[in-house]
Structure formats: structure tokens, C-alpha cells
Design a protein. Structure first.
Length: 184
């Protein structure tokens, strides 16, 4: 399986990192793109270095490398996850504006009718944000805001993060042991 992972500058870089860790554990080939602001948030929000994060991916691409393999529909993937997804990136995707590699790879994912999952990280949401999400949802994009659940009795922040990552893995039909399921 081959998945493109985009990490944007929205707060919540740890979500993208934990997804990369889970995909690596599942032997999924990941193609990682991080925006310039994601690189800043990596420093602000985590103790991970860029080199550590790059090691979690099969291949890393610069944000402005619009000639990268993932920018072409002929490069086959099983889908893409943008986690976290800034409202700027979400708006660009909703309107077909591909100014960065994350936006272009998402555009390619949609045009090729592959699974695209966006994890928008913003609150409160404006009407424009909601309209963009609705537009994308109607086009088949999965919108998964990181809304914590507590039925699994999380012990720390990583338990909360992993619960969302588990739901993403479910969407991608990847087996995992990250969190318990309701009733199990």
C-alpha cells in the first residue's frame, strides 16, 4: 500500500507524526510532504527533528517541488491524508488552487478518484470553512476533524491522538491495535 501524507502548518503536528509512525509499523509506503509552516510547528509543538520525521517516511518531498512524483496521476497511490490540514490548504483544495505540492497532490488524488482524508484543525469554524468542507465532502473527500473521544478512557494526550489515527487507519482499511473499539 502507498499513501501520501501531507502535514500543513495548522496546530497538531503530532497527529501527522503519529500517523506516519502507525503507517510505518503497518509496512505502508508513505510519501511525505510538509509545508513551511509545518516545519515551524514541528519545532514549536514537538521534540521531533525534521530528520526524525523524514525517517518515518519512505520518501520526503519539499513543499514547492511541483515536479515530484506525487504531483502526477500516473504515480499510483492508495490515497492521501492531510493531517493536520490548515484552512488555507483546505480552501485551496476546495477551489483547485495548486500552489504547493500538498495542494497539487490532493488535487491529483481527487481527480484520480482516490481516497482523500482531510483533518482540519481550526476552531471556531467560519461559514466559509464549513462551506469549503461541505463542498469537498460532496466530492467524496473524507473530512475528519480531530475531535477527541473519551469512551476508551484515554490516559494521556497520545491516547487521544492515537484514537484519531486509528479512525484514519480504519478509513484506509489498515488493520491496527491503536485503540479499542466500541463494545470490545
Amino acid at each position: 500500500m502507498r499513501i501520501v501524507v501531507g502535514i500543513t502548518g495548522a496546530s497538531g503536528t503530532i497527529y501527522g507524526i503519529r500517523l506516519l509512525e502507525a503507517l510505518k509499523k503497518s509496512d505502508v509506503e508513505t510519501h511525505l510532504i510538509m509545508s513551511n509552516w509545518a516545519l515551524e510547528n514541528l519545532k514549536l509543538e514537538t521534540d521531533y527533528s525534521l530528520e526524525n520525521v523524514k525517517k518515518l517516511a519512505f520518501k520526503y518531498y519539499a513543499s514547492k517541488d511541483l515536479g515530484a512524483a506525487v504531483s502526477s496521476g500516473s504515480f499510483r497511490t492508495d490515497g492521501m491524508v492531510v493531517i493536520p490540514c490548515s484552512m488555507k490548504t483546505l480552501a485551496a483544495i476546495a477551489h483547485g488552487y495548486s500552489d504547493s505540492l500538498i495542494q497539487r497532490a490532493a488535487d491529483v488524488t481527487m481527480k484520480e478518484r482516490r481516497k482523500l482524508i482531510l483533518v482540519p484543525r481550526e476552531t471556531p469554524l467560519s461559514s466559509i470553512h464549513l462551506e469549503n468542507m461541505l463542498k469537498l465532502s460532496r466530492l467524496g473527500v473524507v473530512i475528519m476533524p480531530p475531535m477527541p473521544a473519551f469512551y476508551h478512557k484515554p490516559k494521556d494526550i497520545i491516547d487521544i491522538v492515537d484514537h484519531l489515527v486509528a479512525r484514519i487507519l480504519d478509513q484506509l482499511k489498515i488493520e491496527h491495535q491503536l485503540s479499542s473499539r466500541w463494545g470490545e
